[in-house]
Design a binder for this molecule. Structure first.
Ligand code: PGA
Length: 249
């Protein structure tokens, strides 16, 4: 089965010239990794120019979006505008957005807003820390419940869930594939509880400190369909190795 790589460039690189170089490198690596579905979440301001004339397999994503199509919302970018710039996916509720105050209520409106523009939402969930009490499970359940609250049963298959524990984002290594496997089962069980058996097909991604060394093991043993990668996807010397590693996993 095809694995997915969401390359979350975050607020990188600093110039369009560098972004073009990074995209060129990503394209070459993606051409060799035929079994990987590559989704580039570049800064929105670069999307249209990267996509101009491009006819390859790479898809584009917004890193965030505003649910209304237009209006008096200074500084925001709507999903409609993203779709018009050739994005077909949208990351929603990334931990770095939530840290700036984005609420579960807002992720709900954004997931519904993205679907309305026929973008595939990538709903990010993840607890800030873990102790031995197991409290992260109800926390994730609530993020899922709220984020999916306006998704009708007919659309649930279109939503990707990215589990990104905040304590491993930007860290030195990912969580263990075994713990991810446990979390994947929990997420699927939760979505089945909300939507019935159709929820079993939910696509779950893992994110947090993945690189070319850790990617294969996570794909093999983590019970995930793909990876959401920050740093290792936004550096030219990593992305080629990362895609090769995912391809051969
Ligand atoms: P990282 O970021 O791969 O640099 O840890 C992942 C993310 O925040 O999406």
């Amino acid at each position: 089965m095809k694995s997915t790589l969401v390359a979350n460039w975050k607020m990188n690189p600093a110039t369009f010239r560098e972004a073009k170089l990074l995209f060129e490198t990503t394209k070459k690596a993606a051409d060799k990794a035929k079994n990987v579905q590559v989704i580039v979440a570049a800064p929105a301001i670069f999307l249209r120019q990267l996509a101009v004339g491009y006819r390859g397999r790479i898809a584009f994503a917004l890193q965030n979006g505003f649910p209304e199509a237009r209006g008096a919302h200074t500084g925001e970018i709507s999903f409609a505008q993203g779709a018009d710039s050739r994005a077909s996916y949208a990351i929603i509720g990334h931990a770095e957005r939530r840290a700036m105050g984005e609420s579960n209520e807002q992720t709900k409106a954004k997931v519904a807003g993205a679907l309305k523009q026929e973008l595939t939402p990538i709903l990010c969930v993840g607890e800030e820390k873990r102790d031995g009490s197991g409290q992260h499970f109800p926390f994730i359940r609530e993020q899922l419940r709220a984020g999916l609250a306006d998704v009708p049963a007919s659309s649930i298959k279109k939503v990707l869930i990215a589990y990104e524990p905040v304590w491993v984002i930007g860290a030195t290594k990912p969580m263990s594939p075994r713990d991810m496997h446990e979390m994947s089962i929990f997420i699927r069980k939760t979505i089945v509880e909300f939507y019935g058996e159709g929820g079993m097909e939910s696509k779950i991604l893992y994110g947090g400190s993945v690189d070319e060394i850790s990617a294969p093991e996570m794909l093999r043993d983590g019970d995930v369909r793909g990876l959401l990668v920050g740093r290792a996807s936004a550096e030219t010397h990593h992305i080629t190795k990362l895609l090769a590693a995912i391809e051969s996993a």
